[in-house]
Write a protein of this length. Structure first.
Length: 133
């Protein structure tokens, strides 16, 4: 890859800037034309077309209202789902704690049973030893 000289790089940047400025100017002209057409559109329509435009605007407003209501309902449903998720996760964590506690209690019971058997065997041996004397 060949590096550009400073002069050619500067001229290339200058050319790109001029293209951007020209594009920006054209876009501004288009914007002004569209805005002026939209501002004068009601004046150039006959009554039938104006009625159709009014019906369309009413349809769009109605559609926007329905859309906003449905979006609010969707947001409410998502909020309820997140609440249920939190409740479910808290129940799972509590169940995990209970399972751990049950496991600990069972382990303690096993140790107590072993200790009880050991003591019982010691008592039997002690009793046998004393009985033989």
């Amino acid at each position: 890859m060949k590096l550009l000289s400073k002069v050619s790089a500067e001229s290339d940047i200058k050319f790109q800037n001029e293209e951007l400025i020209g594009t920006n100017i054209r876009l501004r002209k288009y914007w002004q034309e569209i805005t002026s057409k939209l501002n004068t559109i009601r004046d150039s329509y006959d009554p039938d077309k104006l009625k159709v435009l009014k019906d369309f605007e009413d349809f769009v407003k109605d559609f926007q209202l329905k859309k906003s209501k449905l979006l609010e309902e969707l947001q409410g449903i998502e909020n309820e789902i997140s609440k249920k998720k939190e409740l479910y996760y808290s129940l799972i964590s509590k169940q995990d704690l209970l399972d751990e506690r049950i496991h600990e209690i069972r382990e303690q019971e096993k140790k107590l049973d072993l200790r009880e058997k050991f003591v019982f065997e010691l008592e039997n041996k002690w009793n046998e030893k004393n009985a033989n004397l």
